[in-house]
Design a binder for this molecule. Structure first.
Ligand SMILES: Nc1ncnc2c1ncn2[C@@H]1O[C@H](COP(=O)(O)OP(=O)(O)OP(=O)(O)O)[C@@H](O)[C@H]1O
Ligand SMILES: [Mg+2]
Length: 279
């Protein structure tokens, strides 16, 4: 669905004299229908990478393909942007309309979609993010999590196959975060949307099928959350935390208590500890 071959990106200054290589030879293949989380410390290149997935940025070296379309093909830009929708951190910067349903109708209206089809899409997309009852509300009156769900619905109205979210929960309280995470999981699981989630929250990455850690513009760890979060020392050296459960198990193991090293959920943690004591 998303493929990069030796993707390299350098930011140049105005005179093109100095450059800053932010992505270095990234080779990546993200499968249709998968849920991938991307982690990395501040400035590691996560947003720069995400912006290559819908051609906001084009590689300075190597190639990016979205559904086998080269993002450097300017004739296909529209198709790429429609296939790969992007959601950013701050919902206030993404919402333009004064009423929720107008916000969701905005993109299909611009695409010249027939009014009856727009109505159908608006209803479907608001239902998908569980915001139907707020269709006539003013976005300014909503909570952060609700606004972000409207922003997601507005992207869904383009019928994208890929949803790229760049720290969509960074500005939300715990309640808003869990609303957004549940929405993302449902869209992936029930609607088959390919999800790429950039996040600072390790607990969110646990929900993904695949977790990729980047550092200094390179992929340093890539695997299932269970595989990735085993590397407690390495993750810490990369400026990242581990999920709380992983941290607890790590400390217990360090103190000689025999527990598996790939536990991620509170439930599994509970069972392992109780089971361990019972033995
Ligand atoms: N427009 C720009 N011009 C020049 N350099 C930039 C630009 N945007 C980002 N950078 C630099 O590129 C590097 C990677 O930035 P990027 O925003 O991709 O990191 P990030 O992993 O998303 O960080 P964060 O966790 O803070 O969002 C940083 O060193 C940053 O300073
Ligand atoms: Mg970023």
């Amino acid at each position: 669905m998303i493929q990069t071959t030796n993707l390299t990106f350098e930011y140049f200054d105005e005179n093109k004299e100095n450059s800053n290589k932010v992505l270095n030879e990234i080779n990546l293949n993200i499968e249709k229908g998968s849920f991938t989380a991307i982690l990395g410390r501040n400035g590691s290149g996560k947003s720069t990478l995400a912006k290559h997935f819908n051609a906001i940025l084009l590689p300075t070296g190597g190639k990016v393909y979205i559904k086998n379309i080269n993002t450097a093909d300017s004739k296909k830009l529209f198709e790429i942007r429609r296939s790969a929708g992007m959601v950013f951190q701050n919902p206030d910067n993404q919402i333009v309309a004064a009423m929720v349903e107008d916000e969701v109708a905005f993109a299909p209206e611009n695409l010249g979609v027939a009014p009856s089809e727009i109505r159908r899409r608006v209803d479907k997309c608001l239902a998908a993010v569980n915001m139907t009852e707020f269709a006539k509300s003013a976005p300014s009156k909503l909570s952060g999590g609700q606004k972000q769900r409207v922003a997601i619905a507005a992207v869904l109205a383009m019928n994208p196959e890929i949803l790229i979210l760049d720290e969509p929960t960074a500005m939300l309280d715990p309640m808003g975060r869990s609303e957004i995470l549940n929405t993302i999981k449902t869209l992936n699981r029930d609607n088959g949307i390919t999800v790429v989630l950039i996040t600072h929250y390790m607990d969110e990455a646990v929900n993904a099928d695949r977790t990729i850690v980047i550092d200094k513009g390179e992929i340093v760890i890539d695997g299932s959350p269970k595989e990735v979060f085993k590397n407690v020392e390495l993750l810490k050296s990369l400026g990242l935390d581990v999920p709380q459960v992983t941290e607890l198990i790590y400390e217990l193991r360090k103190n000689g208590i025999n527990l598996p090293d790939d536990i991620l959920t509170v439930e599994d943690c509970y069972n392992a500890i109780i089971g361990g004591i019972g033995k």
